[in-house]
Design a protein around this ligand. Structure first.
Ligand SMILES: [Fe+2]
Length: 470
């Protein structure tokens, strides 16, 4: 665990303890949350505690099986009972329900380290306490049910925002990457949660407080809470299934050549890591993930005689091989969900100086994600054995090649971003070339005017003097 993560967790836990103590002292639990059982008039302290206990149990059921989002944030439907407890019992009740009611089965089984459990609970306790205080303040401004609903919604918004910030900070420190990307990554899911579950929490509180209905009526809401959780789970399962299917397809392509097994999986990982360094958006990271897996899918249409040939390719064979980006884009075209991946697949062999294929795009004309993938593809190809080069290059040699051809074959910015990834951590970096070769813009434009010849597909040489990434 890094020192900054230790400090963050210690700060989070300290703030959690302070929030619990302060809210308990300043805001006694309201009587509205009390569950009357002794028949005596008024609501005793014990009855209030039992009321809090009831909401902790409801929250425990809601938290028992959280759904994990792609970036690691857990979504549980426990927000509804926490909002209800905040509405009925005030900040201290909300803090207690958040603290104990968000315990997960994994924690009880010891699958989460103690510091993870502590920080997770502090990450909900602090927002619940602060949101409760905000709700109390708003209630002094207006009374009545509509005002109560609005105040509760605003309180819930505070809870969500604070929880998201605290958890994103924790994930960023634990897994690395960019805070903003993590924060915005699952924002939509959180917003959907906010819209769907906060009014439900408020309704549960109103049911609970209504004479003649009470605690048992709130349990009727268990079903919509459960189905909401089920929807999240199904969504995540669908995404996972899609990724696995794409992975299987990519592996089927890679497996045709014994030398390229797992190539696409590794390219995907490297590309995603460069994307993180480039602070691309969440949608772009997903495109890199799926585009990385599928970038060579067009090789499915390259005959074995060419794909598996160990000797140098002839000019005709090279043309067939170099058609794979276009073929791959044609294969993926009917899959509307993969529209963002199309430019990556089509342009992952374009060169920064415009001499790549299939469209001879130049510099920034090449889609950003394709420029990222090109670096990832080349590094993976150079550091893996190939029939024409049985001894792979070392990471240091491969990085040297990337640096050497930055500005020619590769976008220097993407090479810089790659250098910051863990793939070359501790590897000697020759650094940027002192004077990058200028892009032959005029020559390029002149050439384009007489282009559209089949020869334009001939670029790059297998086993030649430049880093290969066929
Ligand atoms: Fe390729």
């Amino acid at each position: 665990m890094s020192r900054s993560l230790k400090l963050y967790i210690a700060g989070l836990v300290t703030m959690g303890v302070v929030a619990l103590v302060v809210t308990s002292l300043v805001y006694p639990v309201h009587t509205a949350i009390g569950l009357e059982f002794d028949g005596a008039p008024g609501v005793s302290s014990a009855e209030r505690l039992i009321g809090v206990g009831f909401w902790i149990v409801v929250s425990l059921f809601a938290s028992a099986l959280p759904v994990q989002m792609p970036r690691g944030i857990l979504v549980a439907v426990s927000i509804a009972p926490i909002v209800a407890a905040m509405n009925l019992g005030g900040p201290a009740a909300a803090a207690l329900v958040a603290l104990f009611g968000t315990t997960e089965v994994r924690e009880l089984r010891g699958r989460i380290p103690w510091y993870g459990t502590l920080s997770n609970h502090a990450g909900v306790l602090i927002p619940a306490a602060v949101a409760g205080v905000v709700l109390e303040a708003l209630r002094t401004l207006a009374t009545g049910l509509p005002a109560d609903l609005v105040a509760t919604l605003i309180g819930a918004l505070v809870y969500f925002a604070l929880n998201l910030v605290l958890v994103s900070g924790l994930i960023t420190l634990r897994l690395g990457g960019d805070f903003r990307t993590v924060l915005l990554g699952d924002m939509r899911v959180f917003a959907a949660n906010l819209v769907a579950l906060t009014p439900l929490g408020w309704l549960m509180a109103r049911m609970y407080a209504t004479e003649g209905l009470g605690w048992w009526a709130t349990l009727l809401f268990a079903l919509p809470l459960y189905t909401t959780r089920l929807v999240y789970q199904r969504l995540m399962e669908m995404r996972e299934m899609f990724t696995q299917t794409i992975g299987a397809l990519a592996e089927a392509v890679d497996k045709r050549d014994p030398f390229t097994s797992k190539h696409s999986q590794r390219v995907k990982q490297i590309a995603v890591d460069i994307g993180r360094q480039m602070r691309v958006s969440d949608a772009e990271l997903e495109a890199l993930e799926w585009g990385g897996l599928l970038h060579d899918v067009g090789k499915i249409g390259v005959p074995d005689a060419v794909l598996l040939k160990q000797e140098r390719l002839t000019r005709e064979e090279r043309i067939i091989m170099n058609a794979h980006p276009v073929l791959g884009a044609q294969i993926i075209l009917p899959v509307t969900k993969l529209a963002a991946e199309l430019p990556i697949i089509r342009h992952h062999h374009e060169w920064f100086n415009g001499s790549g294929y299939p469209d001879r795009l130049l510099g920034d004309e090449i889609p950003k994600l394709a420029r990222i993938l090109h670096v990832a593809d080349a590094f993976e190809a150079m550091t893996a054995a190939r029939p024409y080069r049985m001894t792979p290059l070392t990471a240091e040699q491969a990085l040297g090649e990337l640096r050497k051809f930055a500005g020619v074959q590769f976008d220097p910015i993407m090479v810089d971003a790659f250098v910051r990834t863990s793939w070359v951590e501790g590897v000697a970096d020759p650094g940027q070339r002192p004077a990058p070769r200028p892009i032959p813009l005029i020559a390029q434009v002149a050439e384009r005017m007489q282009m559209a010849k089949p020869e334009s597909l001939v670029a790059g040489r297998r086993g030649g003097g430049t880093p290969d990434s066929v």
